[in-house]
Design a protein around this ligand. Structure first.
Ligand code: SAH
Ligand code: SF4
Ligand code: F3S
Length: 442
């Protein structure tokens, strides 16, 4: 008998990508073959994001499209944050969907799929404080770097954010389990890991904190690059910053979400730091790690954001000097504390769009200036994949810059030294100076 097939389509953050890898691992171990497209698949899963309304609308549209690819016996399921948020409502609204599973319910996937084959439609949206899918062997997409979830859920309550409600309370895996997974990643031929958590630097397994984790993972034989995302500014203890500085494999890049440069707005967002507190955090990191690259997330149009508040965000972007920023228009999420702010505080879409455009221009100007300063320098890159254009390769510096360079696909996974020869303002072009392996003596 041929094995049934499963196709998973993934939306949202790296946490979802990592969850998809776990689900595929579980399902392939349970007798399924993974396929690259929906046509003819016996099981179609859509792993969803609920962070902004736009993300959910895209999924709703896509569910309709996917229906046309379904064979009459296929089973369709919705997983992830939107599944958690909408639960049974999704089953009601989309009759061709028979399984709705939140982020803590993936252990039951094979059973629920079997049930669905027999016509039983289910919603599974309980949180499970013990669940880390420790016994699942992830089926990784990336051949060069591995996502390693170290923490699930979030205990902050930023007033705009749906994540605490879709992912539940914060919990951490044990350090020993994370180290074991890191070792298995090395055994599979990879040397870069990205530690994942919603506020990853608040990691604590009861005995060890994030500083211990960085040192332990960074010290695993065969690991050359350690990254982590996303930290919260308030959880950068001196211990964590010292561990970053003292662990050579930890890369010189921190993604440090700022959200706003106005203390008034930050307070209404319940970010628990001020403009000055954020600057201080950035300075402490830069003092400890020379040539640190900083990237960030920023929201415009949060309720009550005035022109003056927004001007403070622009000046903060200039003052900190970010290497790059992800910028978003505020999106009101049902059930979040922001829904209780007075309606007269709402910022119109027109104003928010205008602010977003201004912010993007200032971010670009800043990152171009910082990148121009790197031109002509040499650095080590890890070659990640083929570039989208014309026979070139795409590589990354330790400080997370993208470098497009000539080379052949057999070089993927190698470390080489390049000279940065040009920049578009955001990405670089590079030329190989020498391979990183020691050159034979002449
Ligand atoms: N845990 C991470 C962020 C996860 S969500 C952290 O605390 O930094 C990723 C980004 O989406 C956030 O940093 C924020 O900038 C943005 N975001 C979250 N909720 C949003 C909303 N309701 N509207 C617009 N952007 C939002
Ligand atoms: Fe959302 Fe705030 Fe938690 Fe990040 S820290 S996931 S923004 S609630
Ligand atoms: Fe989206 Fe859930 Fe990640 S809401 S951003 S997929 S944690």
């Amino acid at each position: 008998m041929t094995r049934p097939t499963v196709y998973i389509e993934t939306y949202g953050c790296q946490m979802n990508v990592s969850d998809t890898e776990l689900m595929l691992g579980k399902l392939t171990a349970s007798g399924y073959d993974a396929v690259d497209g929906p046509d003819g698949a016996d099981v179609i899963l859509v792993n969803t994001c609920a962070i902004r309304d736009h993300a959910e609308q895209r999924v709703i549209g896509r569910l309709g499209e996917l229906k046309r690819h379904m064979s009459p016996t296929a089973v369709m399921g919705v997983t992830g944050c939107m599944a958690q948020r909408l639960g049974p409502v999704l089953l009601q609204r989309t009759p061709h969907v028979s399984i709705v599973i939140g982020p803590d319910g993936y252990r039951a996937l094979p059973t629920l799929i079997d049930d669905a084959r027999h016509g039983i439609r289910t919603t599974a949206t309980s949180f499970d404080m013990e669940e880390h899918y420790e016994d699942f062997k992830p089926r990784r997409f990336d051949k060069v770097k591995a996502w390693i979830p170290v923490q699930r859920g979030c205990d902050y309550r930023c007033t705009y954010c749906i994540v605490p409600y879709t992912r539940g309370p914060e919990r951490s895996r044990t350090l020993a389990d994370v180290v074991r997974e890191t070792e298995s990643v090395v055994a599979d031929g990879m040397s870069e890991v990205v530690l994942l958590g919603q506020t990853v630097n608040s990691y604590s397994d009861g005995t060890y904190d994030f500083a211990d984790l960085l040192r332990a993972v960074g010290g695993v034989a065969g690991i050359r690059r350690v990254r982590f995302t996303s930290p919260h500014p308030n959880d950068f203890s001196d211990r964590v910053i010292e561990a970053i500085a003292a662990t050579p494999t930890v890369c010189e890049h921190v993604h440090l979400p700022m959200q706003s440069g106005s203390s008034r707005t930050l307070k209404r967002m319940l970010r628990r730091y001020t403009r000055e507190g954020y600057f201080e955090c950035a300075e402490r990191l830069r003092a400890a790690v020379p040539n640190l690259a900083l990237t960030t997330d920023i929201i415009v149009g949060f309720p009550g954001e005035t022109d003056e508040d927004f001007a403070e965000t622009l000046s903060a972007v200039r003052e900190v000097g970010f290497d790059d920023a992800y910028t978003f228009k505020f999106s009101m999420r049902d059930g979040t504390p922001a829904t209780r702010l007075p309606v007269e505080l709402l910022v119109s879409d027109e104003v928010a769009s205008d602010r977003l455009a201004q912010l993007i221009a200032v971010v670009r100007e800043g990152s171009r200036a910082r990148n121009m300063a790197h031109l002509g320098s040499r650095c080590e890159v890890l070659i990640e994949k083929e570039a989208r254009r014309g026979g070139l390769l795409q590589a990354r510096t330790r400080d997370f810059k993208t470098v497009i360079m000539p080379g052949t696909p057999d070089m993927i996974g190698n470390y080489v030294e390049v000279a940065l020869t040009g920049t578009t303002g955001s990405t670089f072009t590079g030329a190989v100076v020498r391979s990183r392996e020691p050159l034979p003596m002449q």
